[in-house]
Design a protein around this ligand. Structure first.
Ligand SMILES: Nc1ncnc2c1ncn2[C@@H]1O[C@H](COP(=O)(O)OP(=O)(O)OP(=O)(O)O)[C@@H](O)[C@H]1O
Length: 292
């Protein structure tokens, strides 16, 4: 599966959200769309899912423009929206059966597929429980099962891990990673560790354009020389003096406390260059410190 984005722009009431976006997305490894709050990730995903029209531009799915031929995308799409529709009184099984009938599946096909999907998202033991008794992570997994009804080839998930505890987040992203083996999986997030764990390609959307697209490790390489660390000896309450810039973080190490700074010119003489994390590389891109 190939999804090609060509000169895509979106304006709301004359305000530009993004302009002239270009990208080539291929199946085989999840694709992470990263960007701060308000960058336009949801707007872009809604255009890719054909829920919204762009102001200009085209998106080709295996060569067909889905802006002019939305059914081409709708026929192969599984979408996990930011807010999974919530029917508290339905059991997981009832909810999925209802959605399957909306998608025109026969009762028999639906029953078989729902049983398989509940197993795939590790909810087969609780299929008869009401959604009101599910945790946030379990509801997100019901959302994934719903997105996978009718065996879509493209899965698009909008901030799927937001609000989940660390264990639920790992379960969900492992599920997305597994799906990415045989689906085109695109997920948006502002949480770098989500894409770090599963994405083979990342797109960074900021100030209306893609600042970076490529492999996560290539971004880390670009950020070499932009992250510096130095030890500090003060007690924790006095640390705030080192953290006055939003490019600095405090890190607890077995040997003591370190300040890590994203900059080309460290302020402290004793600072040593260190290997950037993906999160630091991402922040460095947003702040214009990492040369692209
Ligand atoms: N229907 C709309 N009309 C006008 N402006 C809108 C509309 N929908 C979104 N916007 C604006 O577009 C910008 C991008 O919003 P969007 O929800 O796409 O960002 P996002 O990256 O998904 O953010 P978040 O991570 O907070 O969900 C925001 O400034 C938002 O206020």
């Amino acid at each position: 599966m190939d999804l090609i984005i060509k000169q895509l722009s979106k304006h709301y009431d004359g305000t530009k959200i993004f302009a002239d976006l270009q990208a080539e997305l291929h199946s085989g490894g999840a694709i992470g769309l990263l960007g701060p709050n308000g960058a336009g990730k949801t707007t872009l995903l809604k255009i890719l899912t054909t829920l919204q029209k762009p102001t200009h531009g085209a998106v080709y799915l295996n060569g067909t423009n889905i802006i002019t031929h939305p059914k081409t995308m709708q026929a192969v799409l599984g979408y996990l929206p930011q807010q999974v529709p919530y029917f508290p009184n339905l059991t997981a099984q009832e909810y999925l059966t209802y959605l399957a009938s909306m998608k025109g599946m026969t009762k028999r096909a639906a029953q078989k597929q729902i049983a398989q999907l509940l197993q795939r998202v590790h909810l087969d033991q609780v299929g008869q429980k009401r959604l009101q008794d599910f945790s946030g992570g379990m509801r997100q997994r019901v959302g994934i099962a719903a997105a996978l009804l009718n065996e879509p080839a493209v899965v698009i998930a909008d901030e799927p891990t937001t609000g989940l505890d660390p264990e639920e987040r790992v379960t969900l992203r492992n599920l997305l990673a597994e799906l990415a083996r045989d689906h085109l999986v695109l997920l948006s997030t502002h949480i770098v560790s989500d894409v770090e764990a599963i994405a083979s390609q990342i797109l960074i959307l900021h100030k209306g354009r893609f600042l970076y697209q490529g492999a996560p490790n290539a971004l880390i390489q670009k950020a070499q020389g932009c992250v510096w660390a130095y030890p500090v000896t003060s007690e924790l309450p006095a640390m705030s003096q080192y953290l006055t810039q939003d490019t600095s973080t405090l890190v607890q190490k077995p040997e003591g406390i370190q300040i890590r700074e994203i900059t080309q010119k460290p302020r402290q003489k004793e600072a040593q260059q260190v290997l950037p994390t993906l999160e630091e590389a991402y922040l460095g891109v947003l702040k214009g410190v990492v040369p692209l």
